[in-house]
Design a protein around this ligand. Structure first.
Ligand code: BES
Ligand code: MN
Ligand code: MN
Length: 488
């Protein structure tokens, strides 16, 4: 590696410190672009956010382009949102470790708008509110932590190396894939990876900054994400809405019938009752159980922060608070709609009712199989005279990654050096579909090195990213790049 090595990690880290304000300004500029992937009205803005990232990478000396996704037969730009694909010159020719950095530049919708203290796409830098352990400033905007702010920690680290060494990313072998559809289900990603598999063949590991830390000052490497199966069920009854006085007690009420079926999803131990649901679910290993216990997660404090008393810690019997998030599958009703929901009273029996029901998955649980089993479960309980329609919105597999790989050790080393603290090994209950796909399609392991905090309000109004976390992320990535160019 000596031939491609140029500059030093110290120079890159100094550059970061000296150009910190510009880095934050760059992030603010990116956050101004409302790249909401799920809403077609933002299509142009999503593309603009992709171009912004490509431009940033080009300024660091990488070759960057936008790849269309989805159907390109009608429109060469594709029906999907573009993928930002970039590489350092040495990615194709050099030798030594080659990392694939994945992130997403799309964001969740900003609703409900009225709950934002400042407009979601007018980023503001605000002082921390002065709660326990809260110091410093944060940037408040949709996408601040999920995931533009976290991607920006990497973009800034790459830029620092390019600037400090005069060689793109200091000669590190890096491929970048930024997705524009993560928040809308990654619907075109599998096909993209299938069609462009050769582009990623040479990569040794994927690095993702889209998860969290264990807490303030407690950096972490995440070694597992849960999978997801997202469904929608509609229960149809009469072919018209009815007067509840005339029809209540004579014919099925689709809302009442739907909630009775859904209430059967859990038994008294809060285990999911769908036949076969737990197939492919591994037991929590004793080693993990004790390691997680040793992390000292403060259950009561976590509940308190969301306005709940300690007795609100409910979930599958026999598993701890942390185990229930990191290692157990769950069923959740995410939305339920039917009948009259306007102001005042209206006595009505609606013709139909619907629910969005999702499942977090672990181990080998297959999203398509789980959705199908849920639909079978509903079919087996069809209320008399009613019928169902089912929609499978897709999802992704759970992914657990090796914790003993040399590159993960290097990432942990970089994180340790950047933070001065020992990184914890954690899992998360959230889902990042690309990790499962990369493992399945390309045999690629992932390192989740994330910088979010539990109170960042991910997907909620007033989403924020602590500038301390931004700095830590940029430093950690810079030091990790240092490990790559330093030879492996
Ligand atoms: N970054 C999140 C996943 C995440 C959330 C990881 C919290 C760790 C902690 C990601 O952008 C996300 O929101 N994923 C979705 C799944 C997707 C298929 C819509 C999720 O987990 O609900
Ligand atoms: Mn994310
Ligand atoms: Mn998200």
């Amino acid at each position: 590696m000596a031939a491609t090595r140029s500059g030093t990690a110290e120079a890159a880290v100094s550059w970061l410190a000296e150009h910190e304000r510009e880095g934050i300004e760059r992030l603010v500029e990116w956050l101004r672009i409302p790249s909401v992937s799920t809403d077609p009205a933002y299509r142009g803005e999503v593309r603009r956010a992709a171009e912004w990232a490509a431009e940033h990478l080009r300024a660091s000396g990488l070759h960057a382009e936008l790849h269309p996704t989805g159907d390109t037969s009608a429109d060469p730009a594709g029906t999907g949102h573009p993928i930002v694909f970039a590489q350092t010159p040495s990615a194709r020719s050099g030798s030594g470790p080659h990392i694939l950095f994945y992130g997403h530049y799309d964001v969740q919708p900003a609703d409900p708008l009225e709950l934002w203290e400042s407009p979601p796409f007018e980023p503001t830098i605000r002082p921390a509110q002065g709660g326990v352990g809260e110091v410093g400033e944060r940037v408040v905007a949709r996408g601040a932590v999920d995931d533009k702010g976290q991607v920006a920690t990497f973009l800034e680290a790459v830029r620092a190396w390019s600037e400090a060494s005069g060689t793109p990313a200091g000669g590190a072998r890096i491929t970048v894939l930024l997705e524009g559809e993560e928040e809308s289900g990654s619907v075109n990603l599998e096909r993209y990876l299938e069609q462009r598999a050769e582009l990623f063949r040479g990569c040794d590991v994927c690095v993702i900054s889209d998860t969290g830390m264990l807490g303030r000052g407690r950096p972490a490497i995440t070694y597992g994400v849960r999978g997801l199966a997202y469904t929608e069920v509609v229960l149809h009854g009469p072919d018209q809405d009815l007067h509840s006085g005339m029809w209540g007690g004579k014919a099925p009420n689709p809302i009442s019938e739907l909630v009775k079926v859904l209430a059967q999803l859990w038994d008294a131990d809060r285990r999911v009752t769908i036949p076969g649901f737990y197939e492919g679910v591994p037991e929590v290993e004793p080693g993990e159980r004790s390691a997680w216990e040793a992390l000292g997660v403060d259950e009561a404090e976590a509940l308190r922060k969301i306005g709940l008393p300690p007795e609100a810690s409910v979930g599958e019997a026999g598993y701890s608070f942390t185990e229930r998030e990191w290692a157990r599958p769950t069923a959740e009703i995410n939305g339920i709609v039917g009948g009259y929901t306007g102001k005042g009273a209206k006595t009505v029996i609606p013709s139909h009712a619907s629910a969005k029901v999702s499942f977090r998955l672990v181990g080998d649980q297959d999203p398509a199989r789980i959705a199908k089993s849920f639909f079978d479960f509903c079919n087996a309980r069809t209320p008399p005279g009613c019928r169902w329609t089912f929609i499978d919105h897709g999802g992704g597999h759970a992914a657990t990654v090796a914790t003993d790989s040399p590159l993960l050790r290097k990432a942990a080393e970089a994180l340790r050096a950047a933070s001065g603290a020992e990184p914890a090994l954690i899992k998360t209950g959230g889902s990042i579909p690309v990790a499962g796909l990369l493992k399945q399609r390309l045999g690629l392991e992932t390192i989740f090195m994330g910088f979010g905090l539990d109170d960042d309000r991910v997907h909620s109004p007033n989403e924020k990213f602590e500038l301390d976390c931004f700095r830590l992320g940029a430093r950690a990535h810079a030091l990790f790049i240092g490990e790559l160019v330093g030879g492996a």
